[in-house]
Design a protein around this ligand. Structure first.
Ligand code: GLV
Ligand code: MN
Ligand code: MN
Length: 413
């Protein structure tokens, strides 16, 4: 599929607008945390990009932005993704789904498509959980998977709560059945976060499933003291059981055939010449089978308690989030594959270990995802990359499936 000159020009323009926002000039990585200045700039960009297209913009009770083509209402075909990033993230994870959504709308309008139902592009807030710790917070709140009081009390690394910093009325936070009732189907385009498409020589893929995954907070409470005067036998050093947990969880991952990561650590007070008073670490664990992930975390938790008790270190383990396995809607997926096939695009069907708002919505509405080839497979890193030609093919593929969904008079799935 060869993208039109207009799609190419549109892609270059929108990508150039987003490129500088929240970018660290030293590393090239992005830090686009929810409800920060960078996020405000991205949200303004979303409004401006929708407004020049005559699309009406709404903010829902949880802070997710919606841009409408047609009158907001039931049976809508909804697409989009997120504009926030992990710390040191890439340019594509999230923004590619929103940029291609606007390009797909441009393309459908230029082709004279007259939709039988409304279309919305959504920008979900705090998809990465980079600031407050729970991924897909905007969509989880919307479907009622997170309690609003719990969400409002979440703290960022400065100690500010979501309630202090949120850009919408905190009293409105929570389940949004009205917003959900309007979604006839949700289709999210995303850069692939692995190399499966590259290995298959395909530019575009369709998601089958998302692995079950969760996050756990491990707190190691010791006693802060002097590095030069405290005898080894007198120390209650939380760094030691923490280190044991990190190496042990790797061994468990190999034994259980799952993926585990300790990518975030907070050391208090974090001084070179001070035994830490406390170490906080966050575990991300995922696998094809929920039971194996849960069993590994149970084993790790008892290991942590044993490692702590021998050293006078208090251990506290809390599960912060859990997302069960997601099987995307088979009927909607078949429709996507048929529409793509008719347009001459063969798209392999593949599962992923990455979480998405689409996975959260899948519990309530027919949901599907398109993936765009990632030639290195690298993601959540400044090195994340997709070729322009694949991004444009993604915009075309998204337009193809949205057109198919928009023209049908019957419910989308
Ligand atoms: C989201 O990108 C996740 O899977 O952590
Ligand atoms: Mn991500
Ligand atoms: Mn993402």
């Amino acid at each position: 599929v060869i993208a039109s000159a207009a799609t190419r020009a549109g892609f270059d323009a929108l990508w150039a607008e987003l490129s500088p926002v929240g970018r660290d000039p030293r590393t090239g990585g992005y830090r686009r945390f929810a409800w920060t200045r960078a996020d405000a700039e991205l949200r303004e960009w979303f409004v401006a990009t929708a407004t020049v297209r005559g699309m009406q913009v709404e903010v829902d009770r949880n802070g997710n932005q919606w841009a409408w083509w047609g009158t907001p209402g039931p049976g809508a075909v909804v697409t989009g993704s997120h504009l926030d990033s992990v710390p040191g993230g890439g340019a594509f994870d999230g923004p590619l789904g929103i940029v291609t959504a606007f390009l797909a709308v441009d393309h459908l309008r230029a082709s004279g498509v007259v939709p039988a139902r409304p279309l919305a592009i959504v920008n979900f807030i705090e998809e990465e959980g980079g600031r407050y710790g729970i991924a897909c917070l905007g969509s989880r709140l919307m479907v009622g998977a997170v309690d609003p009081a719990t969400a409002l009390a979440l703290r960022d690394d400065n100690g500010d709560t979501l309630g202090d910093t949120i850009g919408v009325d905190p009293r409105g936070l929570g389940p949004d059945p009205e917003a959900l009732a309007r979604i006839g189907a949700y289709v999210e385009l995303h850069i692939e976060q692995g190399r499966a498409l590259d290995r298959e020589g395909a530019g575009i893929g369709v998601a089958s499933a998302i692995w079950p995954h969760g996050r756990w907070h491990f707190c190691f409470g010791g006693e802060g003291n002097h590095a030069g005067t405290t005898r080894l036998e007198d120390r209650r050093d939380p760094m030691l059981p923490f280190a044991e947990v990190v190496t042990h969880v790797r061994a468990l991952a190999e034994r259980y055939g799952i993926l585990t990561t300790v990518g975030r650590v907070r050391v208090d007070p974090n001084g070179t010449n001070a035994i830490p008073a406390q170490v906080d670490a966050w575990l991300d664990a995922r696998g094809a089978e929920a039971a194996l992930v849960e069993e590994a975390v149970r084993e790790l938790t008892s290991h942590a308690h044993a490692a702590g008790s021998g050293r006078g270190v208090r251990i506290d383990v809390q599960r912060e989030s859990w997302t069960p396995a997601v099987d995307f809607d088979a009927t909607l997926r078949s429709r996507l594959l048929l529409a793509l096939d008719a347009a001459g695009t063969s798209a392999p069907v593949l599962p992923t270990g990455a979480g998405h708002d689409a996975g959260i919505l899948a519990s309530v509405v027919p949901t599907s995802m398109l993936f765009v080839r990632n030639p290195t497979g690298v993601s959540h890193s400044p090195e994340e990359y997709a070729d322009d030609s694949d991004c444009l093919a993604g915009a075309d593929a998204l337009a193809t499936v949205l057109e198919d969904l928009l023209l049908r008079a019957e419910a989308p799935a």
